[in-house]
Write a protein that binds this ligand. Structure first.
Ligand code: FES
Length: 510
């Protein structure tokens, strides 16, 4: 048994998600010709592939384009809870959108879980889909009224929740909790691979293909280098839209969240989804890889590009988990993801705000990317096919932050404050102080440079100005990326863009 444990540990222990470490997605060629299609989808994560799948099933010819690998962005970094629970709580979403809308939200997320289950069953996708219960509980010192208020809000939303004296964990007294029955979990990469297989029956998928330009209108098209795909409609499903410079990005804010995967004795933690109500909150589930179980624990969130202790966040998470889950043997996985928090706690799914017809967008996952992405598959397909959908107004990307004005103004004041970074000195006074494998922002007169020193001592210099709207990027020592504190654009250490809204790399400086 011990030798088996060591073998599994040595194979998987790394800075990577449980999903990427345990499953290889298929590869797809880059776009190398002009094409036409009924719909072109930009982004091959859960949202883009769900839209592509539903359209393909409706008989539409679909082309999917992604600049990375299949599901290589946020979908590979989720913890894949499939739940109707609201990340921001039903109480908060109700205060911003009203009771009728939280009913629709509860229905849509419940329907998304059922749709994933149905697709997995009908298409024969072996994605470890499993129904289980969810438990929401208070952090130490939390007020019972917070829990009872949330229980009342969830009941008003129409979900069959109930209060329990504690979650069914005999080693960890959670205190009173809310039971969400019949939630679910799955392996996201296995599921997306199954969707891709179905899309390919009538459509095409291209990876490693950066889209330079997206145009709507009667002759909608996307352009990548010298190749163009013409289509009746374009769906932008790039986590953070790369076709919109301002409008959507003032209504959502990027947060980085951290995850550990720890080996535990099989069967020592009852199957379930566990969430506390801390701020930031913790989220826990179990996943089996081969014959071993891994406890997946997430939390320790902060606004992207605005923390100087990213290297300590995983350690804090591990300390929190070890205190409550004493069966943890060794932490084998560490990774981080980015969540786009919308001003009212619900995603933006539908027609792209603006003048161009035939462009659709899905963003603002708000920590519920798996269900929001699946909702996008159903909703955007209905919009493109001209069918009624009961969730159209709920997720309308053009909606205004009426009752959520406070949150909207708070996040935008935070963005405005980031431009003050222009006046601050760099992280390091001198390039010589940057250690191998590390990066720093260095001031050069009136300019700021993002400087990375590779393992061989070679210096790579870029403008530290984010190509989106000009904020100064920050070095992230945990992920070894350049992160923009304004709207969440991220660039790898070589300056290549890996997350929008920027659609361009950092400018290289010789
Ligand atoms: Fe908007 Fe960088 S993401 S300025």
């Amino acid at each position: 048994m011990q030798s088996m444990t060591t073998a599994v540990g040595s194979r998987f222990a790394r800075y990577d998600s449980v999903w990427s470490a345990s499953f290889d997605v298929p590869s797809y060629p880059a776009l190398s010709q002009n094409l036409s299609a009924d719909v072109v989808v930009v982004g091959a994560g859960i949202a883009g592939m769900s839209v592509a799948y539903h359209l393909a099933k409706a008989g539409r010819r679909v082309v999917v384009i992604d600049d990375g690998i299949l599901a290589g962005g946020s979908t590979s970094r989720t913890t894949a809870h499939l739940s109707a629970a609201m990340d921001n709580s039903y109480g908060v979403v109700e205060s911003r959108r009203g009771t009728e809308n939280i009913k629709l939200a509860a229905q849509s997320h419940t329907a998304a879980i059922a749709r994933i289950e149905q697709i997995a069953r009908e298409e024969g996708i072996d994605c470890d889909f499993e129904r289980l219960d969810g438990y929401l509980f208070l952090p130490p010192g939390g007020k019972i009224k917070t829990l009872t208020d949330e229980l009342a809000a969830i009941l008003r939303a129409g979900l069959p929740v109930e209060r329990l004296a504690r979650a069914p964990l005999d080693f960890f007294d959670t205190g009173p909790c809310i039971l969400y029955p019949n939630q679910a979990q799955f392996h996201p990469l296995k599921y997306i691979t199954g969707l891709a297989r179905e899309v390919e029956r009538t459509g095409r998928i291209f990876c490693g293909t950066h889209v330079d330009k997206i145009e709507g209108g009667k002759t909608a098209h996307v352009q990548s280098g010298r190749w163009t795909v013409h289509a009746g409609a374009v769906v932008v499903a790039t986590n953070s839209p790369v076709n919109d410079r301002v409008f959507i990005h003032t209504k959502q804010a990027p947060y980085t969240t951290y995850v550990i995967g720890a080996r535990i004795e099989n069967g020592s933690v009852p199957r379930g989804l566990y969430w506390d109500m801390d701020d930031p909150y913790h989220y826990v589930r179990v996943h089996r890889i081969e014959d071993r179980e891994v406890l997946i624990v997430g939390g320790a969130d902060h606004k992207t590009g605005q923390a100087d202790d990213t290297e300590r966040r995983h350690a804090r998470l591990e300390a929190w988990a070890r205190k409550r889950f004493p069966m943890i043997e060794a932490v084998e996985f560490r990774w981080a993801g980015q969540v786009m928090e919308s001003f009212d706690g619900l995603a933006f799914i539908g027609r792209n705000p603006g003048f161009q017809d035939n462009v659709y967008v899905v963003t603002g996952d708000t920590g519920m990317g798996m269900t929001h992405g699946t909702i996008a598959g159903m909703l955007i397909t209905d919009l493109i096919l001209g069918r009624e959908n009961p969730w159209q107004a709920l997720y309308d990307p053009s909606r205004k932050p009426l009752r959520a004005a406070g949150q909207f103004m708070k996040e935008n004041a935070n963005v405005a404050a980031q431009y003050v970074d222009w006046l601050a000195p760099g992280d390091e006074a001198d390039v010589e102080e940057i250690a191998p494998g590390s990066g720093a922002v260095v001031r050069d007169g009136l300019k700021k440079h993002a400087v990375y020193r590779d393992a061989y001592g070679q210096i790579h210099t870029f403008s530290a100005v984010c190509p989106h709207l000009g904020c100064v990027v920050q070095w992230n020592p945990t992920e070894k990326t350049w992160d923009c504190p304004c709207h969440g654009s991220r660039f790898d250490k070589e300056g290549s863009v890996i997350n929008g809204p920027s659609n361009q790399n950092l400018r290289k400086i010789d």
